[in-house]
Structures are given as structure tokens and as C-alpha cells.
Design a protein around this ligand. Structure first.
Ligand SMILES: [Zn+2]
Length: 277
């Protein structure tokens, strides 16, 4: 199991912001003895422009924006996080980086996201890809970018009502499973099986996973009721499909804001990789 970890991604910190370096550090510590770490380079302008308008690129580069949730940071970090996802897509790996990306649309940033890492990596790879979004929030940015693209399927399981308030119905290549607050493991796994049926029916070459750990019962930003052991079952279900259909895959870290995020990631990868050997 290869984990792309660009070390500089822990170097920026906005005081009091839930999207903190500690998230990545906790996952790094939990996986340290079990994986091989790989470095990454910042994405290039041409990579960003695969998914974003030039105007949006310039906004981030020139720090010319204001959003309550998405503070002004050095553009190096969003570029590095996009580069990390690109690397993960090349090596069937997990991009352990920040900032996350699935709320960034072609011409907007919000929800702690500047550039859409998973979309950039998907477009750069240029293969028929299903994007499975397991973050508790709907990936409105991802849907904005891939909507109508015949070579990409987007499938999301998310809480409703909750920020950003989108993803209530399925249209064209975007399949949405909004679930209520207090969704437990039983309902989640049933829904995940349905979501994976859509993935398989699409016959992709690549499965890309937007992996959020904010579906956890103790997450401060959402209200699902998944437990620590649920993540091993989720990892196993997804890993079984990857194995059976021989998909290439890559995984990109999105949200997850509890102190348990390291343990949750360890459980997910136990199910996804290590339980099947
Ligand atoms: Zn989230």
C-alpha cells in the first residue's frame, strides 16, 4: 500500500480552524508502520486548468478571494495537494494531504477546498473513472466539474440536511444518496452496496475514492452514527469490488475532524487492503 504524503502539507495552520494539520498527522502516525510513503510535487497550471477556469486559478494564485470557511493561504498548498492526488492516481495509492478538494467547483472555492484534487487527478489520468464520494458532505464541487462527462461517473453518499445542501437527486452521470442524520452502520452499508452497483454497471477502468472520515459518530461537523469498526466493513466492501473487477484505484483524503481520524483510517485500510491477504 503506497501513501502519497507531501510533508509540507502540515506546514500551514489557521488558528482554531477544524481543517488542521493534526488530521493528517494522526493518520500518518496510525499508518506509519504499515505503508510505504511517497513524496509529491505541486500540480502545474495546466493540470489545474483541466478542471478549473483560468479566472479561478488566478484567484487562488493571487490570494484574491474571501470565504468564511476557506481562509486565504499560500497557493503552494492547494497546488501541492492537487499534485499529491495526481501522484496517487499514478500508483494506485492514497493521497494523504490537505487542503481537501471536493467542494471546489470549476470557478468557485468553499468548504475548506481551493482546487478539486480528485477531479484534477481523474482528468489528468484520462481514463474511464467512477468517483465514489464517502465524505459525509456532498461533493458539490466534484458534481459541478464532472456533470455531463460521459467518461466519469460520480456517486455520493452524504448527510441531508447538511452543508452544502446539494446532492438531493440523481441526474445524468451524478448519482446521489442523501441520508438522514443519525444514519447508522446498517443503513450506511446497505446504501454503499447500492452505490457500488452503480460503479460496477458503469464499467470503469479506475475507481477513485473521495474518502472522508466525518461520517464518524464523534465528528464535530456532522451527525452520522458510524462507529470505529464500521470503517473496516466499508473498506472491505469497497476493496472486494476493486479486487473482483480488477479496477485500478486511488484514494484522496477529504474531511474528518474528530481526534479518532487516525484509528478510523487504520480500520478502513485494514478492510480495504490488509484483511484480504
Ligand atoms: Zn466533509
Amino acid at each position: 500500500m503506497k501513501v502519497v504524503f507531501p510533508k509540507d502539507c502540515i506546514k500551514y495552520c489557521i488558528e482554531g480552524h477544524p481543517e488542521s494539520p493534526k488530521r493528517v498527522e494522526l493518520i500518518y502516525n496510525a499508518l506509519m508502520d504499515k505503508v510505504e510513503f511517497v513524496d509529491a510535487k505541486p500540480a502545474k497550471k495546466e493540470d489545474i486548468l483541466l478542471c478549473h477556469t483560468e479566472e479561478h486559478y488566478n484567484k487562488v494564485l493571487n490570494k484574491d478571494y474571501f470565504d468564511w470557511d476557506t481562509p486565504v493561504i499560500e497557493p503552494y498548498y492547494p497546488l501541492l495537494s492537487a499534485g499529491s492526488a495526481i501522484k496517487a492516481a499514478e500508483i494506485n495509492g492514497f493521497s494523504l494531504s490537505r487542503p481537501p478538494g471536493h467542494h471546489a467547483g470549476s470557478d468557485f472555492l468553499e468548504g475548506f477546498c481551493y482546487f478539486n484534487n480528485i477531479c484534477i487527478a481523474t482528468k489528468k489520468l484520462g481514463k474511464r473513472t467512477a468517483i465514489l464520494d464517502l465524505d459525509v458532505h456532498h461533493g458539490n464541487g466534484t458534481e459541478d466539474i464532472v456533470f455531463g462527462d460521459e467518461d466519469i461517473l460520480y456517486v455520493s453518499i452524504h448527510q441531508h440536511p447538511l452543508y452544502p445542501g446539494t446532492g438531493l437527486k440523481s441526474e445524468e452521470n451524478c448519482i446521489n444518496f442523501p441520508l438522514p442524520p443519525l444514519t447508522d452502520e446498517d443503513l450506511y452499508l446497505k446504501t454503499l452496496k447500492k452505490a457500488l452497483e452503480h460503479v460496477v454497471a458503469f464499467e470503469p477502468e479506475v475507481l477513485a475514492i473521495s474518502l472522508g472520515f466525518d461520517t464518524y459518530i464523534g465528528d464535530p461537523l456532522a451527525n452520522f452514527a458510524l462507529k470505529e469498526e464500521s470503517y473496516e466493513k466499508i473498506g472491505k466492501l469497497v476493496g472486494d469490488v476493486v479486487e473482483e473487477y480488477n479496477f485500478n484505484y486511488f484514494i484522496v483524503l477529504e474531511g474528518g475532524y474528530s481526534d479518532k481520524i487516525g484509528d478510523l483510517a487504520l480500520k478502513f485500510f485494514e478492510g480495504f487492503v490488509w484483511s484480504r491477504k
